[in-house]
Design a protein around this ligand. Structure first.
Ligand SMILES: *[C@@H]1O[C@H](CO)[C@@H](O)[C@H](O)[C@H]1NC(C)=O
Ligand SMILES: *[C@@H]1O[C@H](CO)[C@@H](O)[C@H](O)[C@H]1NC(C)=O
Ligand SMILES: *[C@@H]1O[C@H](CO)[C@@H](O)[C@H](O)[C@H]1NC(C)=O
Ligand SMILES: *[C@@H]1O[C@H](CO)[C@@H](O)[C@H](O)[C@H]1NC(C)=O
Length: 194
């Protein structure tokens, strides 16, 4: 087998792994913290929901650059959450219909420097606690931008599962990079075993 091909495979694989580690480290740590909190309450762990994560990313981008104050993020007064006029666009971008996000929960938090322990308490020891300890939520998507983290909770029912809109939409395009990576991984392992 051509060694240049295996080197190329290796480089592609290594760079995609590095990219994942760089962009998802904080989010993965927060998810771990939230799930240990849930496990301490004997509530099932949250599974990652890619579409909820997509919406979280769209929202985090909007919050980015806004300053943390005592009325933003976890400190916001229920009912006065910031509304985004472009919200329907973000849903579209993530191939979601408003009907599947109804029972979901969007929870932004602002922590200067995103200090992991402070971020976690912003979820477990704030008004968000009553959602985190609720077994009705089964999925989660997390994104961070700047000093902001957005956690989006999904349910396992049709009105909150963040299932992508049916055919006509091109949501399949968004899973392809993952498939490609699996292919590369398998190819790499095969090469290693030669
Ligand atoms: C927020 O902080 C300002 C001063 O920075 C203070 O006047 C106000 O009472 C605070 N609000 C809350 C809800 O703590
Ligand atoms: C999308 O949601 C609207 C109401 O929010 C509903 O009328 C429509 O049937 C939904 N479309 C699909 C494809 O689920
Ligand atoms: C949330 O984070 C802010 C820092 O932005 C901090 O001042 C506040 O005490 C935190 N709240 C909780 C409940 O941990
Ligand atoms: C969840 O939290 C809310 C408020 O923080 C509390 O009233 C409720 O009893 C908690 N539920 C569980 C199952 O711990």
């Amino acid at each position: 087998m051509d060694s240049r091909i295996s080197l190329l495979c290796f480089l592609v694989l290594a760079s995609s792994l590095l990219h994942c580690a760089r962009s998802d480290g904080n989010d993965a740590q927060l998810l771990k913290g939230i799930n240990s909190y849930r496990s301490s309450l004997k509530v099932p762990a949250l599974a990652e929901n890619k579409n909820a994560a997509c919406l979280a990313e769209q929202l985090a981008k909007q919050f980015k650059g806004q300053q943390c104050t005592n009325t933003t993020g976890a400190n916001t007064v229920i009912g006065t959450e910031q509304q985004f006029p472009d919200y329907p666009k973000y849903l579209d971008h993530c191939h979601l219909n408003a009907s599947v996000t109804e029972d979901g929960q969007v929870m932004p938090a602002c922590v200067p420097g995103l200090v992991p322990a402070v971020v976690l308490t912003n979820y477990t020891k704030s008004q968000y606690n009553r959602f985190l300890n609720d077994s009705q939520y089964s999925g989660v998507g997390i994104a961070n931008e700047g000093d902001w983290v957005v956690v989006v909770l999904s349910t396992s029912t049709g009105s909150g599962d963040y299932a992508p809109a049916p055919p006509g939409s091109n949501w399949a395009a968004s899973v392809q990079p993952f498939n490609l990576m699996v292919l590369l991984l398998v190819g790499f392992v095969v090469l290693l075993m030669k």
